[in-house]
Design a protein around this ligand. Structure first.
Ligand code: PA5
Length: 418
């Protein structure tokens, strides 16, 4: 379902590329042995009982809440926010408010102000159950909820997505009777978009989560049947890019609704690969918007970049440049769909970067903007990321570096034990 095209001739010979592809089955074996490999078969083996509860909870929330406050950071919010933005936003009564993804007082006040007097519920999402940003925001919104509805009803309006057995949030959810959803032990935060972490907010926003899982599973089957297929090719090309000194990958997208998807992708690759002084730095642009800002750098700046263009095959042809007075010099475009002009801009950009600017360009194509294609994209990138990190000799599933700022912050804040 997801297509990948690349002329890797600039960074590898056919023989070297073929030899590296032959190692992919051993990377799969390595990944399967990892205790964090639960995401690999998830689209097929997910918990159907919990899936049904997610749909029921989403229906209840749409019945009693104008807002769902989604509290979480990193892998606990980027995936569902990406999905909901790509698919056009909330389609039911309930709007989503995101909180707990920074320590900014201004952002928190904005989120509280947005609630006003409206009815709301909370989905607090934290695998560890101890993340400071999430916990602080949860305290604030839980107090608001209790103030508005009293302890008993507030507990009915809190949905906790966390570890099955442990952590402060898990314990609180048990003690106060919140409805619980599970982040499986064998799935890390940035690989959790297809668990309850992503599915509950998506279902509340009206995303067709069955189609999402179906798309992910079809992609999984394609990839596994083809011994890694295009996801492996993308992973291996990235390794060659890195070896050739192309240390920055710029994800380029010509649809602004992919801005948060790019954030999800950056977290996935950055946190999985960037360790032991290795890894490709993931960056992103939305074109043509950023051609008027970052376009200059891409065309003529330092040449340690390669670009990956994420394309959607099916376009929206409904907006057409109107006929009319040619005083604005646009007569040559009259009658053209905006989508066709965007496509020409994309081809021109690829040509300018690749042929004039010496930037290798990879192309990844999804068939449509819908839940099924998005499920396939999520799975495609999860698999290519895991293979890419493995090919580069790093563990894709840990993030030891994230602790460094926390240790210093906790010490300065006087947290007991630091
Ligand atoms: O990928 C990861 O593991 C991280 O980005 C986490 O998702 C993030 O730090 C939030 O952690 P938690 O869900 O434990 O609050």
């Amino acid at each position: 379902m997801i297509n990948f095209k690349c002329n890797y001739g600039r960074v590898a010979t056919v023989e070297a590329f073929g030899a590296e592809m032959e190692r992919v089955p051993s990377y799969f074996e390595e990944l399967k042995k990892s205790p964090m490999s639960g995401w690999m078969d998830l689209p097929e083996s997910y918990d159907h009982e919990e899936f049904a509860r997610i749909k029921e909870a989403a229906e209840k929330i749409n019945g009693d809440s104008d807002y769902l406050v989604c509290i979480g950071i990193g892998g606990s919010y980027l995936g569902h926010r990406a999905a909901i933005e790509v698919l056009g936003g909330e389609s039911g009564r309930t709007r989503l408010i995101y909180a707990g993804n920074s320590l900014s007082a201004r952002e928190l006040k904005k989120a509280v102000a947005q609630l006003g007097e409206a009815d709301f519920s909370i989905n607090v999402i934290s695998k560890s159950g101890t993340t400071t940003e999430t916990a602080v925001a949860f305290r604030v919104f839980r107090e608001k909820l209790i103030e508005k509805y009293g302890e008993a009803e507030a507990a009915q309006r809190i949905y906790a997505t966390t570890d099955a057995n442990q952590g402060a949030l898990h314990d609180e959810a048990i003690n106060r009777g919140y409805q619980r959803f599970v982040v499986p032990d064998n799935i890390g935060g940035r690989f959790s978009v297809l668990t309850a972490v992503g599915l509950l907010p998506m279902a509340v926003a009206g995303v067709d989560i069955e189609s999402l899982m179906m798309g992910a599973n079809e992609e999984r089957e394609d990839i596994l049947d083809a011994n890694g297929g295009r996801a492996a090719e993308y992973a291996i090309v990235r390794k060659f890019m890195n070896d050739a000194g192309r240390r920055v990958e710029v994800m380029a997208n010509f649809e602004p609704c992919f801005a948060y998807f790019n954030e999800w992708w950056k977290q996935l690759f950055g946190e999985s690969e960037g360790k032991e002084n290795r890894g490709i730095f993931p960056a992103s642009v939305i074109d043509t918007t950023d051609l008027h800002s970052m376009g200059q750098y891409l065309q003529e700046g330092a040449r340690d970049i390669f670009e990956t263009v994420l394309e959607i095959e099916e376009d929206d042809e409904s907006v057409v440049v109107p006929e009319g007075d040619d005083g604005d010099g646009l007569g040559y475009l009259a009658g053209h769909s905006l989508a066709s002009i965007n496509r020409v801009a994309k081809e021109a950009t690829i040509g300018a970067h690749r042929d004039d600017g010496d930037i290798p360009v990879l192309r990844i194509t999804a068939p449509r903007i819908d839940a099924e294609s998005l499920g396939a994209l999520f799975y495609f990138f999860e698999m290519s990321c895991a293979l890419s990190a493995t090919a580069q000799g790093v563990n894709p599933f840990d993030q030891p570096g994230v602790e460094a700022y926390k240790r210093r912050m906790f010490k300065l804040l006087g947290k007991p034990g630091f």
